[in-house]
Design a protein around this ligand. Structure first.
Ligand SMILES: [Zn+2]
Length: 266
C-alpha cells in the first residue's frame, strides 16, 4: 500500500509510512489528504473564509489582548498571568465543544491553537478548582484523540505508543480533580469512557454504573454516558432499561438522540 501522505511504501494495510507518522500530533489530520483533491475543501468544512489585513504603514501595531483567542493566549503566557489561564482554557475548550463531562460523541474542530493551548498549558500547575476543571477538559481532548485514532489503519507499533502517551496524559490531567469530590466523580466517569474506547468495554460500563448513584444532576449526565456506551456496545435492551431510570421530564439533545437510537430510529 502507498502512504496516503508521501506515496512511499507502508507496512501491509497501514495508511501512512513510518516517516510521515513520526512526530505527528494528530494523525486524523492526515485523513484530509485522502479527500478527493479537486473537491472544494470548504465543503469538507476544513477551511473557512478569512480576511487578511495589511501591510500597514505605521509601526503602532501591538499585540494586546483583543477578541482573537490566539492573541489573548499569547498575552497570558507572555505576561505570566497564570490566574487568567484557567478561565481562558475553560472558555476556549467550551467553545471547541469539549465539556467537563466526556461523552465520546464530541466533534472537536481541528485547530492548531487547540494543540498550542494543550502543549503550553498542560504542564502548568495552578492552585484551585477552576484549573482542575480546565485540566479535566484538557484530559478529554486526549481521550477523544485516543478514540479517533483507534479505528485508523496505522502501523500497530506506532499506534500502541501513541495511545499509551495520550491516555497517560489524560489520566494525569484527570488526577488534578482529586482534591475536589464533585469534580473527581466526573473525572472518574470520564476515565471509564476512555477505558471503553481503549477496548475494556464491559468493565468500563460496569464501573460507570457505580458512579451513576446518587442520581442527581451529575449522576444523570453519567447515566447518559452509560446509555451511550451500552448502545455502542450493542446492548440495546440494557440501554432501554437505563433510559427509564432518568426522570420523566428529562430533556436535552443528547437524551433525545439516545432515545431515538435505543428505539432503533437511528
Ligand atoms: Zn509517507
Amino acid at each position: 500500500m502507498a502512504c496516503a501522505s508521501c506515496g512511499g511504501e507502508t507496512k501491509a494495510g497501514a495508511l501512512f509510512c513510518g516517516r510521515c507518522l513520526a512526530g505527528i500530533k494528530d494523525p486524523t489530520a492526515l485523513l484530509e489528504r485522502l479527500i478527493e483533491p479537486c473537491a472544494d475543501s470548504r465543503w469538507q468544512k476544513l477551511e473557512s473564509a478569512c480576511m487578511r489585513i495589511g501591510p500597514v504603514s505605521t509601526s503602532d501595531l501591538a499585540m494586546v489582548p483583543g477578541p482573537d483567542r490566539a492573541v489573548i493566549f499569547r498575552a497570558i503566557l507572555d505576561r505570566g498571568v497564570r490566574s487568567l489561564l484557567p478561565g481562558f482554557v475553560e472558555e476556549y475548550l467550551e467553545g471547541s465543544g469539549v465539556g467537563v463531562h466526556l461523552f465520546g460523541d464530541e466533534l472537536v474542530p481541528r485547530r492548531q491553537l487547540l494543540w498550542l493551548v494543550l502543549d503550553s498549558a498542560e504542564g502548568i500547575e495552578v492552585e484551585g478548582e477552576p484549573w482542575a476543571r480546565a485540566s479535566v477538559r484538557m484530559g478529554n481532548v486526549h481521550a477523544l484523540l485516543v478514540k479517533a485514532v483507534f479505528p485508523l489503519s496505522l502501523d500497530p507499533e506506532w499506534l500502541v505508543e501513541f495511545i499509551r502517551l495520550h491516555s497517560a496524559s489524560a489520566t494525569a490531567l484527570y488526577a488534578r480533580a482529586k482534591p475536589f469530590p464533585d469534580l473527581l466523580r466526573i473525572a472518574a466517569s470520564n476515565i471509564q469512557v476512555m477505558n471503553f474506547y481503549l477496548g475494556k468495554r464491559d468493565s468500563a460500563i460496569a464501573e460507570l454504573d457505580k458512579l451513576v448513584t446518587p442520581l442527581d444532576e451529575e449522576g444523570e449526565r453519567i447515566l447518559l454516558k452509560e446509555i451511550g456506551l451500552l448502545l455502542e456496545a450493542d446492548r440495546r435492551q440494557e440501554a432501554a432499561v437505563a433510559l427509564k431510570r432518568l426522570p420523566i421530564g428529562a430533556k436535552g439533545f443528547r437524551l433525545e438522540r439516545l432515545r431515538a437510537r435505543a428505539e432503533g430510529k437511528r
